[in-house]
Write a protein that binds this ligand. Structure first.
Ligand code: PEP
Ligand code: MG
Length: 540
């Protein structure tokens, strides 16, 4: 048995078989072919198999889902059989003596790059289709039976790193946990895993030889055991069962209020990244949704969803939480969250770059689609719209002006809409320093401690090496949170915390003392947090 230690994101346990997930780039190791004829026939076999697979997928989708959904596979067949694309790959193999993988990868990347820089958003979105086709061919060439991302048996995924868009694609019913070399507990990937209740161990010197071996992840001890003995597996199965029974016991608190022994109450909301998380939030007795990260819905779509699609999703979220507080955050894309249809240019400092409200304000055609959808959905519940990454007053005023313009448009079209509450995230030091002015413009504040820590402590929240320096208890951060709470209350608006620090029981008492009105946390953290609050007294 081998014991490996890393950083975990929760105290959960996972027991299962390791599957090694290789990124597309890792597959392309050799550029120059040893034998051109072999490469040519490997490509031809992969090409014909891909064409057959796409035909089957098309027919099955047509039969079981519908014509519109099936069309995508027909389009993939057309792209794959496109003469120019096909000939460019053949040329690279025959004339330039490249391997089939290299030829597909280089021709595909070139085409992808061309597509995503096109003016026409429809053509831009075809970039994602090119990537899909490349991945299909490369996967077929790898000779594997199935991708670890689509496994049929439960597994522990091992990878160099996982991006947020890869994580949202994971089939969470099969994924027991993951082990990666990169990543940090405050990255969006870790946050997604936490919301999906998946244990993860980061900062591990991973080894491809562990593929197919049994492992245990012990989140509490921040370690994993590879090839554990039978008695240890039995022990961990018992521990897992007792953790589950403790979780069931906590269900008794579901309908009780989160109030300290001396009567101070705190609203407890859930963070959600997908409509499925809203169901978990209800199961855990959330009083509402304090942060719905809308951008995760659109990370893997081929193109930016239209108003109708967005309207239905937001309306669904509101209807799942009838009469309850629901905060939907407007698109917070950019930095580590990249969508192909946005065609974002590479940046030197993505965390300090073109992201969140900055993208929305400079691309009104994109932002207005979301605002109109949100306004229409707000006729069906208690919607709060929240703008992320605010640094200046003008950004809030501009966003509000755009909301007002969308309302006018909808009224002129006689389309029904509601009157949502408009608030902002406080997640930059600049916003903290002008919090009083912002509080006169916003209806509520929600403090994003993940980014506030990143920008205050001057460290990249995704960098695994900085873990020891990322201190959510840093006095600078706690003083800032206190300042924001004071500014909000001076202007009579509520203030909540929706970053990961909100679920940290060591900070709960301080947040109560500062007068924070609500905490919004991963669904599974609600009941443990409620237990902490109900055992606390502010007068001790
Ligand atoms: C935050 O920054 O604390 C936050 C809640 O937003 P996100 O983690 O999505 O950046
Ligand atoms: Mg943030």
């Amino acid at each position: 048995m081998l014991t490996i230690t890393g950083q975990s994101i929760s105290s959960e346990i996972a027991i299962g078989m390791i599957r090694f997930y290789r990124h597309k780039k890792n597959i392309v190791q050799d550029a120059v072919a040893a034998d051109t004829d072999t490469e040519l026939s490997r490509y031809q076999v992969a090409y014909h198999t891909a064409m057959e697979q796409l035909q089957l997928l098309h027919d099955k989708t047509l039969e079981q889902i519908g014509a519109e959904e099936a069309e995508i596979f027909e389009m993939h067949r057309m792209l794959l059989s496109d003469r120019q694309f096909h000939h460019a790959i053949l040329h690279s193999i025959i004339q330039d003596h490249k391997t089939a993988e290299y030829a597909i990868y280089s021709v595909g990347e070139e085409l992808w790059n061309r597509f995503i820089h096109m003016e026409d958003p429809y053509i831009q979105a075809r970039g994602a289709d090119i990537q899909d086709i490349m991945n299909r061919l490369l996967f077929l060439l790898s000779g594997k039976k199935e991708s670890s991302m689509d496994a049929t048996e439960p597994f522990i995924l091992m990878a160099e790193d996982l991006s947020p868009s890869e994580t949202v694609q994971l089939n969470s019913s099969k994924l027991l946990g993951f082990i990666t070399r990169q990543g940090s507990p405050y990255s969006h990937t870790a946050i997604l895993a936490k919301t999906m209740n998946i244990p993860a161990l980061l900062h591990i010197d991973i080894n491809a030889d562990w593929d197919g071996h049994l492992a245990i992840i012990d989140g509490e001890k921040q370690c994993a055991y590879i090839d554990p003995p039978e008695d240890m597996i039995a022990q961990y199965r018992n521990r897992k069962a007792s953790m589950e029974s403790k979780r069931r016991e906590l269900q008794a608190l579901k309908t009780l209020p989160a109030v300290t022994t001396d009567g101070r109450s705190m609203a407890l909301y859930a963070n959600a990244n997908a409509p499925a998380d809203v169901l978990s939030a209800i199961e855990q007795g959330a009083e509402g949704i304090g942060l719905f990260r809308s951008e995760f819905l659109y990370l893997n779509t081929q193109e930016y969803p239209d108003e109708e699609v967005q309207y239905h999703i937001y309306r669904q979220v509101l209807e799942q939480m009838p009469g309850k507080h629901v905060v939907i955050r407007t698109l917070d894309l950019g930095a580590d969250k990249k969508s192909p249809y946005l065609a974002l240019e590479p940046e030197e400092n993505p965390a300090l770059g073109y992201r969140a409200i900055r993208i929305c304000l400079s691309r009104p055609e994109l932002f207005k689609i979301q605002l109109r959808a949100l306004l229409r959905a707000s006729a069906h519940g208690k919607l709060h719209i929240m703008f992320p990454l605010i640094t200046s007053l003008w950004e809030v005023r501009k966003a509000k002006e755009m909301v007002a313009a969308c309302m006018e448009e909808l009224a002129a079209e006689h389309t029904a809409y509601g009157n949502p509450v408009l608030g902002i995230m406080i997640e930059t030091p600049a916003a903290v320093m002008v919090a009083e002015e912002l509080a006169r413009e916003a209806d509520f504040f929600s403090i994003g401690t993940n980014d506030l820590a990143q920008y205050t402590l001057a460290l990249d929240r995704n960098n695994a090496r900085l873990h020891d320096f990322y201190d959510p208890h840093h006095p600078a951060l706690l003083r800032m949170i206190r300042m924001v709470a004071e500014a909000a209350h001076k202007e009579n608006i509520p203030v909540s915390i929706c970053g990961e620090a909100g679920a940290d029981p060591a900070l709960t008492k301080s947040f109560l003392e500062m007068g924070i009105d609500a905490l919004s946390v991963a669904p599974n953290s609600i009941l443990p947090l409620k237990k902490t609050i109900r055992e606390l007294s502010l007068t001790d």
